[in-house]
Write a protein that binds this ligand. Structure first.
Ligand code: APR
Length: 308
């Protein structure tokens, strides 16, 4: 059986966990690449040692050389410094921008036809930067943020309602940060909109839990930021792409007039397939939701401008 080739740049907590899930789900042969070559090779070897127990089909290897990533179908970029307690994602701006510059210089020439998924924070700003630097078409350069925020919103809804995870469809759009926009009207429990299921106060509680979800993990860990749910969100996007699913997920995508927003990357629902981003889905937002989304875009544009 031949598998797609997925390179994961950054063999840290997020990257290695994503590699693990891609193997367990039999989705792709994985190459882990890191400036710390031994880390990438060591984690890949450790993961391969699982193979006879878990019986997965694909393989994983580690490297420090972009030549080994050549002709990947998908490149996932998780290289970067994670948050520490008290830091916002924006505090990571300059250091991670330099890392993203280095990654693009190595990964894009090696896999010019790949679909790139950026994960490094602050996500929206890094994805905007990557688009400008890489010359890749917007269909093949997206970011992971909305799937994760949506998963955290769904968890908060499950906690509040007691509903089974499988009966909840949630949706969060906008910036991957404090300015994210959870959409209760477009989130359902057993098919009913959240606005019919919970009162305004409880909705406020679950919205706050989604927005604060990442920070809550950072506060508890004390040494870094979340990685299992981010890895699971990466795997969901990779799966949607490699299976040509046409599935709609909230991803960081370049807007060109959709929602009255132009020339900025932010999280919106979009259909994914083997060509990458197939189409941004335009929801029928009300005036308040639209204003929140546009305010979210303004915060991203300000950070992008600050980066120069
Ligand atoms: N090229 C390749 N790898 C790099 C580079 C680079 N230029 N710079 C740093 N790295 C690697 C580090 O060596 C480290 O192994 O990136 C890895 C990051 O791993 P962690 O420190 O464990 O961070 P992690 O929790 O995985 O988060 C990575 O994802 O969610 C975001 O905010 C998070 O931006 C952070 C990124």
């Amino acid at each position: 059986m031949s598998y797609p080739k997925v390179t994961i740049v950054g063999a840290g907590n997020v990257g290695a966990s994503a590699g693990l899930l891609l193997l367990l789900k039999n989705l792709a042969n994985v190459v882990l690449i890191d400036v710390a070559e031994g880390l990438a090779r060591g984690k890949a070897l450790d993961l391969m040692h699982m193979r006879s127990n878990e019986k997965f089909g694909p393989t994983i290897s580690g490297t420090g050389d972009y030549a080994d990533t050549a002709d990947s179908d998908i490149v996932v970029v998780t290289a970067g410094v994670p948050r520490k307690p008290g830091m916002t994602r924006e505090d990571l701006l300059d250091v991670n921008a330099n890392i993203v510059r280095q990654v693009i210089a190595g990964a894009v020439p090696a896999s010019p036809n790949a679909i790139f998924i950026f994960v490094t924070n602050p996500l929206d700003v890094m994805t905007n930067l990557a688009y400008k630097l890489s010359g890749l078409p917007k269909e093949r350069l997206i970011g992971m943020g909305g799937v994760l925020d949506t998963a955290r919103f769904a968890y908060a809804i499950a906690q509040q309602t007691g509903a089974a995870p499988g009966s909840i469809e949630a949706l969060v759009v906008g910036a991957h940060g404090e300015a994210m926009v959870p959409l209760p009207r477009f989130s359902t429990v057993n098919g009913s909109p959240l606005t019919d299921v919970l009162d305004a106060e409880k909705i406020e509680t679950v919205v706050r839990a989604a927005v604060q979800g990442g920070a809550a993990v950072v506060e508890l860990l004390q040494t870094g930021s979340a990685f299992y749910a981010p890895a699971s969100s990466i795997a969901a996007m990779v799966e949607a792409i490699v299976t040509n699913s046409d599935k709609t997920l909230s991803v960081c995508a370049k807007l060109e007039g959709e929602y009255g927003i132009d020339d900025v990357y932010m999280c919106v629902p979009a259909r994914l397939g083997t060509s990458g981003l197939q189409q941004v889905v335009e929801l029928d937002l009300n005036a308040k939701e639209l204003a929140q989304l546009q305010a979210s875009a303004t915060t991203i544009q300000a950070s992008v401008a600050a980066l120069g």
